[in-house]
Design a protein around this ligand. Structure first.
Ligand SMILES: [Zn+2]
Length: 81
């Protein structure tokens, strides 16, 4: 970690602070929380009983983070039509 003494936890960002989780969710989770770039990359989603996670990466500012998903309900089979 050559930049471990760097006080700002992200680089090349146009933002002065990264989005909060609330701001990230409000944005739809489609923008980089560090620089607002709108073409972020996501790995496959991992699911377990507590929820789901997706490792994401921004090619613009080179930061990475993890999206968090929570179960929000279910759709009965009869309502799928
Ligand atoms: Zn970014």
């Amino acid at each position: 970690m050559p930049n471990s003494a760097e006080p700002i936890p992200f680089k090349k960002s146009k933002r002065t602070t990264p989005m909060t989780s609330e701001e990230y969710v409000a944005s739809g989770g489609i923008r980089c929380p560090y620089c607002d770039h709108d073409d972020v990359h996501g790995d496959s989603i991992e699911v377990n009983v507590d929820g789901a996670w997706q490792d994401c990466y921004c090619p613009e500012c080179e930061n990475s983070w993890t999206d968090e998903y929570k179960l929000s309900g279910y759709t009965p089979e009869a309502e799928k039509n």
